[in-house]
Design a protein around this ligand. Structure first.
Ligand code: SAM
Length: 260
């Protein structure tokens, strides 16, 4: 494989780079979206409790269908106590751990379906003494509408969502019309949605879905500037290292007065 002289690293391929959708399969999956079609790991009611244990309660980690009522009560109290920021797909947690440490006045919820990564974030949060971060390895698409009231998220971060290239995996993609509708409901008026991707076709698709939603609008520069100091996620740092372009999309939910 030829070496890129700029980086001395082999050129990096994330996949076909031709972002395609098996429209018929996706349409079919979306008709069953509310039943949980496309959820990572399938039906959360079937998930074995013994596999991949979470940190013991009352550590700030949860699964919606497996945590005790007391734990969920603690979680609800936490969610209601401060402006809430959510990250979906935290990966190794670089962004959220740093951002939460720098914003003790906000509360944070991080979703990462990969158990090992989730454990890593939980360990690091504990080590750093972060009292404003809860974590879950549930599929965020299942939990968010069941856990949060409408108009409750101040900011939602989705950094480098998986493109799920294979047709049979495409229903796992985060950005679909029902997911965007759910996010728009959950964002509070003036709340910010911050998305990044290095897959241009997925970026175009995401931008289209967000533009098409009647209550979402491109954010103004002041809202965007708040995040200029955010620590790059691993994927962002990797793209920077190899010179791979990526795009951020910032949208806000219209204020109540603007909402028809
Ligand atoms: C490409 S990685 C990006 C990780 C990180 N945000 C970054 O920028 O380095 C996407 C991550 O999202 C997680 N993920 C995908 N779908 C998810 C979902 N529905 N709920 C929670 N996490 C999800 C994956 O396990 C993976 O770690």
């Amino acid at each position: 494989m030829p070496i890129d002289p700029r980086t001395s690293l082999p050129p990096y391929q994330v996949g076909p780079d031709q972002f395609e959708t098996d429209a018929a399969r996706m349409q079919q999956a979306l008709t069953r979206y509310d039943e949980g079609k496309g959820l990572i790991r399938g039906d959360p009611r079937q998930r074995p409790r013994w596999l991949h244990p979470l940190p013991a309660e009352p550590a700030p980690a949860f699964r919606l269908l497996q945590s005790s009522p007391e734990q969920l009560q603690r979680l609800h109290a936490f969610l209601a106590a401060a402006p809430l920021e959510v990250e979906i797909g935290s990966g190794r947690g670089e962004f959220i751990l740093d951002w939460a440490a720098r914003h003790p006045q906000h509360h944070f919820l991080a979703f990462e379906v990969r158990w090992k990564l989730l454990q890593r974030i939980a360990r690091k949060a504990e080590k750093a003494g972060l009292a404003n971060l809860w974590v879950s390895d549930d599929d965020a698409r299942y939990d968010l509408p069941r856990l949060l009231a409408p108009d409750s998220i101040a900011a939602c971060h989705i950094l480098f969502p998986d493109p799920w290239w294979k047709p049979k995996h495409q229903p796992r993609r985060l950005f679909t019309p029902p997911f965007v509708a759910a996010l728009a409901r959950l964002l509070r008026p003036g709340g910010l949605l911050r998305v990044a991707t290095d897959v241009p076709g997925y970026g175009a698709h995401i931008a289209q879905l967000l533009h098409d939603h009647p209550h979402l609008h491109p954010a103004d520069p002041a809202a965007i500037a708040l995040y200029a100091a955010a620590l790059p996620s691993s994927r962002q740092a990797f793209c920077d290292e190899i010179g791979r372009p990526y795009t951020f999309y910032y949208f806000t939910k219209s204020s109540l007065l603007e909402t028809p």
